[in-house]
Write a protein that binds this ligand. Structure first.
Ligand SMILES: Cc1ncc(COP(=O)(O)O)c(C=O)c1O
Length: 315
C-alpha cells in the first residue's frame, strides 16, 4: 500500500494570501486594517452556518445615506439572533465613519457584520460563542451597470422559492443566499441579467440583493411577504408620499409584473434601477418609464439633504 504522506508538510506560522481585494479599510478586533488583512476564522459560525447578520449602507459624495435606518435594522437583527455587540450604537457609527474616512472613498459600500463567532473549545452551544463585530468600506458598487441603468435590466423569473419567513425572519438581514444565487444562475441560463424568485405562495418575492416595484396606472406595488424590508424600498414609500403617489405592499403575481406599465428594483447597491424586460416580455413599450425616472432623480437629490444624510469627516 502506498503511504498517503511520505513526507509531512510543515505548518506555516502565518497565512500568506496572494489574492487581490478592492481598495478599502476594515475594522475587526479593535484594529483598522487594509481589506487584504481582514480575515475571519474558518471556525466562525458566521462562515460555517451563515449564523450572522449584517447591514449595508452607502456613502455618496462623502455622506452616509439614511444611516439611522440601517443601524436600526442591524441592531434589530442582532437582538433577534440573541447576539451581543461589543460596542454601542455611537461607537459603531464612529467605526463606520472611520472606515470610510481612512479609505478615502467619497462613494462607498459600507458593511457592518455581527457573526456568532466561536468558542475556544468549538462548543456546539451557540450561547458559548463569542460574537464578533466587523465592518468595512470599499468602493460603491451597483446591481446594475451604467448601460443597464440607462436602458433597463432584463430580469428572468426563476422557479426557485425564497427561504420561507417561518424558517428565517427576512427582517433579519442575512447571508442565506443559496436560493438567490440559484435564481441568478437560472437567469444567466436563459440569457437574462438578473433574477426574481418567488415566495412560498408562488408570488414574486425579491432578487439577489434587491426588492422590486411595479407601477400600474400611476400606483405602485411591492411584494409584502417573505422579503427583506429594504431601506431603499422604504425610501421609495417616503418619496411616493412626497410626490403624491400611492404605494402599497401587497402580493404581486407574475401576470401583474409582466403586465405593469413600469418595473424597477431597489437596493442600497445601486438605488432605484429600471427593469424593461421580464423573461420574453417587454415591459410596456420596453423603455424606462417616467415614474421610475422621477423617483430615481429625487432619490439621488435626497443624498445631499441633511435630513436624509450624514457627512463623513475626511482627513
Ligand atoms: C435579499 C435582499 N433583498 C432586498 C435588499 C435591498 O435592501 P436595501 O434597500 O436595504 O439595500 C437586499 C440588500 O442587500 C437584500 O439582500
Amino acid at each position: 500500500m502506498t503511504q498517503l504522506l511520505p513526507v509531512l508538510p510543515t505548518v506555516d506560522e502565518h497565512h500568506v494570501d496572494g489574492r487581490r481585494y478592492p481598495h478599502g479599510v476594515a475594522f475587526m478586533d479593535g484594529q483598522y486594517l487594509p481589506m487584504s488583512e481582514a480575515k475571519i476564522s474558518v471556525l466562525d459560525w458566521g462562515f460555517l452556518h451563515s449564523d450572522a447578520t449584517y447591514d449595508t449602507v452607502h456613502v455618496w459624495n462623502g455622506r452616509f445615506f439614511r444611516l439611522d435606518l440601517h443601524l436600526d435594522r442591524f441592531f434589530g437583527g442582532v437582538e433577534r439572533l440573541r447576539m451581543k455587540l461589543p460596542y454601542d450604537r455611537k461607537k459603531i457609527e464612529s467605526i463606520l465613519a472611520a472606515c470610510v474616512a481612512l479609505s478615502g472613498h467619497k462613494s462607498a459600500y459600507v458593511e457592518m457584520i455581527c457573526t456568532r463567532g466561536s468558542s475556544p473549545a468549538f462548543s456546539r452551544d451557540p450561547r458559548q460563542a463569542e460574537n464578533r463585530f466587523m465592518a468595512f468600506a470599499i468602493p460603491f458598487g451597483s446591481v446594475a451597470n451604467k448601460e443597464q441603468l440607462e436602458r433597463g435590466l432584463h430580469v428572468a423569473i426563476s422557479e426557485t422559492v425564497r427561504i420561507p419567513p417561518k424558517s428565517i425572519d427576512p427582517a433579519i438581514k442575512n447571508y442565506h443566499w443559496l436560493d438567490l444565487v440559484k435564481g441568478l444562475f437560472d437567469a444567466y441560463d436563459v440569457g437574462a441579467e438578473t433574477a426574481l424568485i418567488l415566495d412560498t405562495n408562488g408570488h414574486i418575492a425579491e432578487g439577489p440583493g434587491f426588492n422590486v416595484f411595479v407601477v400600474k396606472d400611476g400606483s405602485l406595488k411591492t411584494p409584502a411577504f417573505g422579503v427583506l424590508p429594504g431601506i431603499t424600498r422604504r425610501t421609495v414609500f417616503d418619496l411616493c408620499a412626497e410626490m403624491g403617489l400611492s404605494a402599497t405592499a401587497v402580493d404581486v403575481s407574475r401576470a401583474e409584473i409582466k403586465g405593469a406599465d413600469e418595473v424597477f428594483i431597489t437596493s442600497t447597491a445601486g438605488g432605484i434601477m429600471p427593469v424593461t424586460r421580464i423573461d420574453d416580455t417587454a415591459i410596456a413599450d420596453g423603455q424606462v418609464g417616467s415614474v421610475t425616472r422621477r423617483l430615481k432623480d429625487l432619490y439621488w437629490r435626497k443624498h445631499d439633504d441633511p435630513a436624509w444624510s450624514t457627512a463623513v469627516s475626511y482627513p
